[in-house]
Design a protein. Structure first.
Length: 567
């Protein structure tokens, strides 16, 4: 029993001055001492073991007699600097972690809490030792989960950012490069074959990438179908060769998407930025991302690198636009201009809402400067929500207006935006026939089913729909009958020079005839003079829009003009 052990040991080693009061206190903890799962060991201040409980015997594999002949230092991993037991004053303790060793030589991590006390006039040390193997495993697992992608088991964005931070803070940082990789048209795979097939394809891609990279390269998944590769000790030219090797490897690979098909061809776009210590990790990620965007804009399945200061200046400007978009959304810096669309008998059919952004100096920024950036950085859905909200607010206070809103192609995949639009119209109390939407022909052709779904859902509420930029998609007539739009907006490239380019007249005539046959009205864009308007009337175009008829104006200017006319 514990009491007998304690009394026996202390009588042998501490008599005749044994402190009976202290011994009685220790007896009270007999049950805890013998039944706890924690290891409890008493030692003299030199580390010599004078008592141990059953947990210690079971964990270390030594008999009690063997333990009593050992020092506490013998239980630690060899060459471990064990804390001195004589350095702490009586009554004080310490908590630390270490690694101990069993009789059979196996090691296990421990948490040690020890405290000094005086028994029989002698200083002793009580050590409570806990096996923390499972805790360490859990911690390591959590650390792994926090730094690795759950699907592909490769490092994630957090791991990559940490690696970039360590790299750029090296005293002698080697020239390096960062690659951003995006799978071209991966959405088609998910939409056609399902997300399970898409996930398996991503796993297969990892095998292809790893086969083309050496062990020093860090491959990470950023999310979705985007990956990154950190290459240390390479210049931009060498990084370009690695990127081209990756691109070719994937282009030449035949990936199985199901049991019936093993020849699905996938391509990638890759952006590269060099790492020279002048950019922080977030800037590196942003520049690599925009280099990737440039690769996609250039036609996909290609590599684009950014290394010069001119390149970085251009990308810095893009980052400024991203920051300004975020600030504009947060601080309501956007404004809507409204351009009238006229029936060609000069009566206003409706207004088209055109968004403008303003910088810190109050300078107006046109959509062509910020919409492409917003689309690339996934911000269009937020912008479209703002436009819808603002346009509905205008309709509530101006019952004589009808407004058409442009929908980004990036937003058509956002079902929550569609729900937001439906709910906003219903809650506003306005007549849904007073609000319309425009989508470009290019957007519609990319996903004709999705486009028609949006058209039908909003038309069911009473909204109107226009197909914008008609004629530039080259599949126009084939797809037009599949879309239940109300208006066809003839692209301005066919209208602007109609008075001086006769062959465009035939194109506009053909569009007008087809639209009329399908029961749809036409709107001609970019009417800039009277001659063009007269030709359009001759071609039986229903409606028109352009600077000759009316320029985009802020709401207060429109209402001011209306007030002046009524006066």
């Amino acid at each position: 029993m514990y009491t007998n052990h304690i009394s026996r040991q202390y009588q042998l080693q501490l008599e005749p001055d044994i402190d009976r009061e202290q011994l009685e206190k220790l007896k009270r903890y007999q049950l805890l001492f013998e039944n706890t799962s924690d290891i409890i060991i008493f030692t003299k201040d030199d580390g010599h073991i004078i008592e141990a409980n059953h947990a210690a015997i079971g964990e270390y594999g030594y008999e009690l007699k063997e333990l009593l002949s050992m020092s506490i230092k013998d239980l630690y991993k060899r060459n471990t600097d064990v804390h001195s037991y004589t350095e702490l004053p009586v009554g004080q303790g310490r908590l630390f972690e270490g690694v101990q060793q069993r009789k059979d030589g196996t090691l296990f991590p421990v948490e040690v809490s020890y405290q000094t006390a005086v028994v029989g006039g002698k200083k002793i040390v009580l050590s409570v030792i806990r096996d923390i193997t499972e805790r360490k495993k859990s911690k390591e697992q959590l650390q792994y989960l926090a730094t690795h992608d759950f699907l592909t088991n490769i490092p994630n964005r957090y791991f990559l950012e940490t690696a970039l931070t360590k790299l750029i803070h090296l005293k002698h940082m080697p020239e390096s490069a960062l690659l951003f990789i995006d799978v071209d048209n991966f959405k088609v795979v998910n939409d056609t074959f399902g997300h399970a097939t898409g996930d398996q394809m991503l796993i297969d891609l990892i095998g292809i990438f790893k086969a083309s990279l050496d062990d020093k390269a860090l491959l990470a998944r950023l999310g979705g179908d985007e990956f990154a590769v950190l290459l240390k000790g390479v210049n931009l030219e060498e990084a370009g060769k690695v990127a081209e090797k990756l691109r070719q490897a994937l282009e030449e690979a035949d990936i199985c998407i199901n049991q019936e098909s093993c020849a699905f061809n996938i391509t990638t776009s890759i952006g590269i930025v060099n790492i020279d210590g002048t950019l922080n990790p977030q800037e590196l990620l942003a520049y690599a991302d925009i280099a990737l965007y440039a690769a996609k804009n250039d036609g996909k399945n290609r590599v684009v690198s950014i290394g010069s200061n001119d390149d970085k200046t251009r990308l810095s400007e893009t980052n400024q636009i991203v920051t300004l978009i975020k600030k504009s959304l947060k601080e309501n810096r956007f404004k809507l201009c409204y351009q009238p669309v006229f029936k060609l008998n000069k009566e206003i059919l409706h207004y088209e809402a055109l968004i403008r952004m303003f910088d810190d100096a109050g300078t107006m920024i046109y959509p062509n400067a910020f919409i492409p950036v917003a689309e690339r950085f996934g911000m269009m859905s937020q912008i479209d929500r703002w436009v819808v909200k603002e346009a509905i607010h205008t309709l509530q206070y101006h019952p004589d207006m009808k407004i058409f809103i442009n929908l980004s192609g990036m937003s058509l995949g956002d079902k929550s935006l569609l729900c937001f639009i439906e709910e906003s119209i219903k809650v506003s109390g306005i007549d849904a026939a007073r609000i319309g939407f425009e989508i470009t022909e290019t957007t519609a052709v990319k996903d004709i089913v999705q486009a028609e779904f949006w058209v039908r859902k909003l038309k069911d509420l009473g909204c109107r729909f226009a197909l914008d930029d008609f004629g530039v998609g080259f599949c126009s007539f084939a797809h037009l009958q599949l879309l239940s739009v109300d208006y066809i907006k003839i692209d301005g490239s066919f209208v602007r020079n109609l008075d001086v380019t006769p062959n465009q007249k035939a194109i506009v005539q053909a569009i007008s005839d087809v639209a009329r046959t399908l029961g749809k009205e036409t709107i001609a864009e970019f009417i800039e003079n009277e001659q063009v308007m007269n030709i359009l009337i001759e071609l039986q175009i229903n409606n028109g829009q352009g600077y000759y008829l009316g320029k985009p104006s802020l709401l207060q200017d429109i209402t001011q003009r209306a007030f002046c006319r009524s006066s």
